[in-house]
Design a protein around this ligand. Structure first.
Ligand code: NAD
Ligand code: DAU
Length: 356
């Protein structure tokens, strides 16, 4: 990809990974058009430092809006699409699956369709350079027992409305590759953590509830296992796949950082005890409470990321301990960012037990 053709339409750029990726791609010399509907999870405050950047632009666009998508392609003339826009929270998908089907399935379809119309109209040299990178999740593979890892060949077996909608979108992307030869790439990544994550997710939820002296809810017995990756390592992996991945291929991304949820919570409490000791002198661990489990809670996710490591030379830079420490410090130093969220509709409450 030449410097002249580094023009990316990035969907979901006002969200957690998308915002970090906008910043990453600008630093890498790309022109970025961020298309985001600004749902509850979209937050332009996360991109305050990008506003006014000569290579950055933003449009408030719903990916289900065909006309808005068509004019974005025609006006911006991208050399690539990085598709992150989605409803992303498993607990919310249990309460209200409809928006997950709409955005993750129908929205991905509309984006693929518009990308194909635009791509088909390109001259041959630009056509062969064009890429559609679909950003997906390890949750499409379902749940592991105590042993084994998800590889790119693992069978799809999604369990939640969220993971089923993401699995559907992955299949649509593959169908556009097989049927129309759209040059696609798919990534399936494990749990991300880091700056600007909406506080409904486990890591920021623990940090914010603990420092406010509120109980820390651990679902079930806290024995479910996730594989954790710093968001900036995910961003670097996405740039690597975009630039060097083979069309039509899937790449699993993970950090080899498996932890039980209770270990995640205890580690964060230990960091907080050292960094921001509670005024009553007690450990934050005293706030931990085991609560009703998530319906359909997958036991274990673990990623075999040897393909992206060996074929594309990617590897993560953050260790879990330095990444968790940096993340705790970021939330402690960026109170105004999360306070403005908590002044809205979401107040760190339990989600996902009241399916409608
Ligand atoms: P997020 O919820 O923080 O952000 C999602 C963004 O998409 C928001 O800015 C929201 O406004 C936007 N959006 C939602 N519906 C839209 C629509 N109809 N049109 C346009 N924009 C819309 O999500 P995230 O955690 O940053 O995840 C980003 C992507 O990465 C998702 O596709 C998710 O499935 C995938 N992913 C996330 C993780 C993780 O650990 N967070 C891991 C693997 C893959
Ligand atoms: O694996 C990748 C996925 O990781 C992404 O595709 C999703 O978009 C992302 O939200 C994340 O899904 P999880 O369900 O794993 O993340 P969450 O932060 O919601 O929960 C992490 C684990 O912690 C999970 O096993 C449920 C548990 N949990 C979560 C919350 C919010 C608790 O025990 N207590 C909580 O309060």
């Amino acid at each position: 990809m030449s410097i002249l053709s580094k023009r990316v339409i990035l969907t979901g750029g006002a969200g957690f990974i998308g915002g970090n990726l906008v910043r990453h791609m600008l630093r890498a010399g790309y022109h970025v058009l961020n298309l985001d509907k600004l749902t509850y999870a979209g937050n332009l405050n996360s991109l305050a430092d990008c506003k006014g950047h000569p290579n950055y632009s933003f449009r408030q666009v719903d990916i289900c809006d065909v006309e808005a998508l068509a004019s974005a392609f025609q006006d911006f003339r991208p050399s690539a699409v990085m598709h992150l826009a989605a409803e992303s929270h498993v607990d919310r998908s249990i309460d209200s699956p409809d928006t997950f089907i709409r955005t993750n399935v129908l929205g991905t379809y509309q984006l693929l369709h518009q990308a194909r119309l635009y791509w088909s109209s390109l001259p041959e040299d630009q056509k062969s350079c064009f890429r559609f990178l679909h950003v997906s999740t390890d949750e499409v593979y379902g749940s592991l027992g105590g042993e084994g890892l998800f590889s790119e060949e693992s069978r799809y077996d999604p369990h939640s409305p969220y993971s089923a909608s993401k699995a559907s979108s992955d299949h649509l992307v593959r169908a556009w590759s097989s049927t129309y030869h759209l040059p696609v790439l798919i990534t399936n990544c494990s749990n991300n953590y880091g700056p600007y994550q909406f506080p409904e997710k486990l890591v920021p939820l623990v940090i914010l509830r603990a420092t406010r002296g509120e109980t820390i809810p651990v679902y079930g017995q806290g024995l479910n296992v996730r594989d954790w990756l710093h968001v900036s390592d995910h961003c670097f992996a996405l740039q690597t796949v975009l630039e060097h991945g083979e069309c039509g291929e899937t790449y699993n991304i993970g950090g080899n950082n498996e932890l039980k949820n209770i270990e995640v919570v205890q580690t964060l409490c230990d960091i907080l005890d050292r960094t921001y000791p509670a005024k009553n002198g007690e450990s934050y661990k005293s706030l931990i409470r085991f609560v009703q489990d998530r319906p359909g809670h997958d036991l274990r996710y673990a990623i075999d990321s040897s393909k992206i490591r060996t074929k594309l030379g990617w590897q993560p830079e953050w260790s879990l301990s330095s990444g968790f420490q940096q993340t705790v410090e970021w939330y402690l130093s960026n109170k105004s960012w999360w306070e403005s969220i908590l002044n809205g509709n979401y107040r760190l409450d339990r989600l996902g037990v009241g399916g409608k």
